[in-house]
Ligand binder design. Sequence first.
Ligand code: GSH
Length: 261
Amino acid sequence: MLKLYNFPQSTCSQKVRLTLWEKGLEFLDRPLDSAKREHLTDWYLNLNPNGVVPTLLHDDAVIIDSSVIMEYLDEVFPANSLTPADPVMRAQMRKWMRYFEEVPTPAVRVPSFNQYLSKRFDKLSQEEFDNFVDKHPIRKQFYKKMRKEAGFDERETNAALDRLRQTVERMEKGLADSGGPWLMGDTLTLADYCIAPTLDRMNDLGLGDTWNDLPRVCEWIERVQSRPAYAKTFYKGTRLSEIYDGADYGTPANFATVTRD
Ligand SMILES: N[C@@H](CCC(=O)N[C@@H](CS)C(=O)NCC(=O)O)C(=O)O
């Protein structure tokens, strides 16, 4: 049995949902409520000491970290493989994945917090915010760099936008070098699904023009979006623009009171 603890709107969760759907695997979707800080409760930290989503349960095994989960699923369920058979090609695919984890994945958090995610802190006093930040096992320093109500400063924001632009430029070149239509050539791989949610997020943030002048990336996005797995992953309520428009952002009041199976 596969069970995925995740946030509907999290890019890291979306990478894994894309993989599950693309491979045609049945799984129990267990969305956590980020506004209620369910990912910082004791029962969840017991599964994932990093206090981040996603976490996969496969029977008794607990697998954490989105790219690790993607590779695990593709290894354990080899049908509809999303990994090249050739070791050199596999290394190339992983090279893309490590780059995506290191550069665009953290970068897209900056405009995401600037435009939407920092809104959830509006109602918190500075002290409540500091307490919230201290609860994060691996994200304290990230939150400390942010101003509670205003997100990140211009320097940090511009650096993030530069990294996002570098990413799509590299993808354009990668698609030209591989001959496309996918990053690794003629077959869709984990590398494509590792980055797709970041570009979807950029689109949602109004940053879709970052790749307007890059025709191969424009085509690649349309191709990814046409996969049935894409529609299943990005169901209504999975984009920040849908969640944060007029929503009640919640308070940390019911910390540690929520339990889940
Ligand atoms: N390296 C981890 C990072 C996961 C991660 O950062 N998840 C974010 C959502 S995309 C999260 O849970 N953030 C919780 C928070 O900031 O409170 C992975 O890929 O699974």
